[in-house]
Design a protein around this ligand. Structure first.
Ligand SMILES: Nc1ncnc2c1ncn2[C@@H]1O[C@H](COP(=O)(O)O[C@H]2[C@@H](O)[C@H](n3cnc4c(N)ncnc43)O[C@@H]2COP(=O)(O)O)[C@@H](O)[C@H]1O
Ligand SMILES: [Mn+2]
Length: 650
């Protein structure tokens, strides 16, 4: 049975009758034409009769099958039903419908022969038939629909729920969303003077209070420079649409060299106020872990971020590092051995930090300690060679060797990453029951959350800076010149030779390392490259094109270490006139990777996050699967076009 073929039946009847009438008129002046018209009329009448019989039969079987399925099915009885009901054929065509359906869905017209899709939200009947219920709307009314499959088709019935849906919408729109806010660089102002600090603090508070009043939201001071605002869901929709202008407004509060910034953790989509508050705190931690001056919204455990474009300022206090050093000492008490491991494709920062920590574990705690690294996939080959010659060949072991030695008392110190998937060996992490994390990267979602000590300083320049401080607190004699060289190499890599993210603590760490025997000439040699890698780097730089103040280049990857050459070329491209951000696209390990850099005028983290990656404000990257370099370039241009303004520091 063809869809809707029975709805053309009246046309055939009219045609047949017209032909018959015309044949009578034609007989007197052309009998041949008359016979032809009679013949056409008879054929058409035949089609009508056959189609009608087939259609009746079709309806009869469909309805019979429906009757078998629904106990007591009786069209007359169903017609009296106060809910809309339709009986459908195998392809979703309406065969029968009750008065209620015609009234509510078809403005009283007969829908027989129509396909059901437009009445069930454009879906095919097969899509909804496998589900318990489906939602649909018609003529301003909303329904929950149910489908019963029969041998020949389907029965579809609807229960109106407009009122409940409306109540639900109103409830959701007014549901409370807790925001926890902190004035994140208040210390900068307290160092100026008490008066300045009080004035700025009050200013921040009154900006936030005005912001809450604008939305008729509840405002509460919950601690020193900490506030809570309870918005409605609909207010949050507006705030998201406007991308939280409050962040910019707070920037207008300045004193001396400092600009005020706030961080906001906001929870939406939760019914209970208590859970909303707990989640808002979690989101605030995330916003602070990413460097502050931003909003983190958590909804169904998914984060969304806004802002984060101002340069982060260093937290001057070293007290926290002393506390961390003590916590590490306590954790070590109960351990039989220590493995130190960084991220895969290890670099000078993670190997440098690992060399420092391994030395303390061995010398100060007398513990068996090894650095776990895959030497076939490292960007710190020169440093590893240097350490093997100057410290000892046996300080490095492979992930496989480490796995064989794990016991319940083994401690794993993770340096320069806080993400399981970035680890040199995620399996080793899974095996170790005791874990310490020391990292400086901005907080990412799905971080390692079972660490006994989670030392995370997004304001630090490098893992090596953090480890130098920790080591100096635990036992400042635990490292010799070679370890000091290794730690200085990591700091120099991540600060681009003391240019980026370099604060007071960076220089203090460097001074400590110098005192322990570090020499800049030794360190410089760790940055030397093979002639092939150098050629590759130069070719990437020469091939770059400038697009909206961004230097973009695609690496050919013919010679040398393309990963290293691309990272270095991205650094180099920033030295070009008017270039605010650089992007190098290269292929490695079957993936298309992008290394992104800036000197702070553009937050490249925001751009790389849109492509599934991340990193810091000035140094980020991503890895893309199942595309080629040209497609990656196209995607990058699209992301630059749509996000460059948001990512640009105001
Ligand atoms: N998928 C991701 N998600 C989150 N974050 C990511 C992701 N992929 C990468 N990242 C982070 O992005 C930055 C930048 O990474 P990169 O690969 O572009 O650069 C790293 C190294 O390739 C590069 N590097 C290593 N040795 C040298 C050298 N001798 N000269 C110049 N550059 C070098 O430096 C970057 C090291 O970054 P670090 O690990 O943060 O210290 C990075 O943060 C990724 O974690
Ligand atoms: Mn690193």
């Amino acid at each position: 049975m063809k869809k809707k073929s029975f709805t053309t039946m009246p046309t055939f009847v009219i045609f047949s009758v017209a032909m018959l009438a015309m044949s009578f008129a034609s007989y007197s002046y052309d009998p041949v034409l008359c016979y032809i018209e009679i013949a056409v009329s008879v054929v058409t009448a035949g089609i009508v009769v056959v189609s009608t019989l087939r259609f009746r039969n079709y309806i009869a079987t469909t309805v019979r099958s429906t009757a078998e399925k629904i106990n007591g099915f009786n069209p007359e009885f169903l017609d009296k039903y106060k809910i809309p009901v339709t009986v459908l054929g195998a392809e979703g065509e309406i065969i029968w419908s009750n008065t209620r359906f015609r009234k509510q869905f078809c403005n009283g017209k007969n829908p027989e022969g129509d396909i059901i899709s437009p009445y069930i939200g454009g879906k095919k009947i097969t899509e909804v038939a496998d589900h318990d219920t489906f939602e649909t709307a018609c003529n301003g009314n909303e329904f929950v629909g149910f489908v019963i499959s029969t041998n020949e088709g389907y029965v579809c019935y609807f229960v109106e729920n407009t009122y409940y849906r409306q109540i639900m919408r109103e409830y959701n729109a007014t549901r409370p969303c807790v925001a926890i806010i902190t004035f994140d660089n208040s210390d900068d102002f307290s160092n100026e003077s008490d008066e300045i600090y009080s004035e700025v603090s009050l200013n921040v508070q009154s900006f936030l209070q005005r912001w809450a009043n604008e939305y008729n939201a509840l405002f509460k001071i919950i601690g020193n420079n900490r506030y809570m605002i309870i918005f409605k869901e609909t207010d949050v929709d507006k705030l998201v649409e406007q991308k939280f202008p409050i962040l910019q407004e707070i920037h207008s509060i300045k004193a001396g060299q400092h600009t005020a910034t706030v961080s906001i953790g906001l929870c939406r989509g939760i019914n209970s106020l208590k859970d909303s508050e707990t989640n808002a705190r979690k989101a605030l931690d995330m916003a602070l872990g990413r460097g502050g001056d931003q909003v983190a919204i958590i909804s169904n455990n998914i984060y969304e971020f806004f802002g984060g474009t101002s340069a982060t300022s260093e937290k001057v206090s070293k007290v926290r590092m002393r506390v961390i050093a003590n916590a590490i000492k306590r954790t070590i008490n109960d351990c039989d051995k220590v493995f130190v491991m960084g991220h895969r494709f290890s670099d000078l920062d993670c190997i440098g930090a690992a060399i420092g920590m391994q030395s303390v574990m061995e010398k100060s705690f007398n513990l068996y300690s090894k650095i776990v690294v895959d030497k076939t996939k490292t960007m710190a080959e020169k440093l590893i060679d240097y350490a093997e010659k100057n410290i000892g060949k046996d300080i490095f072991i492979t992930p496989d060797e480490a796995m064989k030695q794990v016991t319940p008392k083994t401690l794993l110190i993770i340096v320069d990453t806080h993400l399981r998937n970035s680890l040199e060996s995620p399996q080793l992490y899974d095996e170790c029951k005791k874990v310490i994390v020391i990292d400086h990267h901005r907080r990412a979602v799905n971080y390692i959350d079972n660490a006994l000590v989670f030392c995370h300083e997004p304001f630090a320049s490098s893992a090596c800076e953090m480890c130098s401080e920790i080591i100096s607190c635990i036992d400042d004699k635990a490292i010799g010149y070679a370890q000091a060289d290794a730690l200085l190499a990591g700091i120099m890599l991540d600060t681009k030779n003391f240019v980026l993210k370099t604060g007071v603590r960076t220089f203090e760490a460097a001074a400590y390392l110098r005192r322990r025997g570090a020499t800049t000439i030794n360190v410089k040699q760790m940055f030397s490259d093979s002639i092939e890698t150098y050629r590759e780097k130069v070719s990437i730089v020469c091939d770059a094109k400038i697009y909206r103040n961004c230097a973009i280049s695609i690496a050919k990857g013919a010679d040398g270490d393309v990963r290293l050459a691309s990272a270095q070329a991205a650094d180099e491209l920033l030295t070009l006139e008017n270039v605010k951000a650089s992007f190098v696209i290269y292929e490695s390990g079957g993936k298309i990777c992008i290394s992104a850099r800036s000197f702070g005028a553009v937050n490249v983290q925001i751009i790389m996050e849109k492509l599934g990656g991340g990193g810091h404000q000035t140094m980020s990257a991503t890895q893309l699967s199942d595309i080629n370099k040209e497609q990656a370039l196209k995607m990058l241009i699209e992301v630059i076009d749509t996000n460059l303004e948001d990512a640009s520091c105001k």
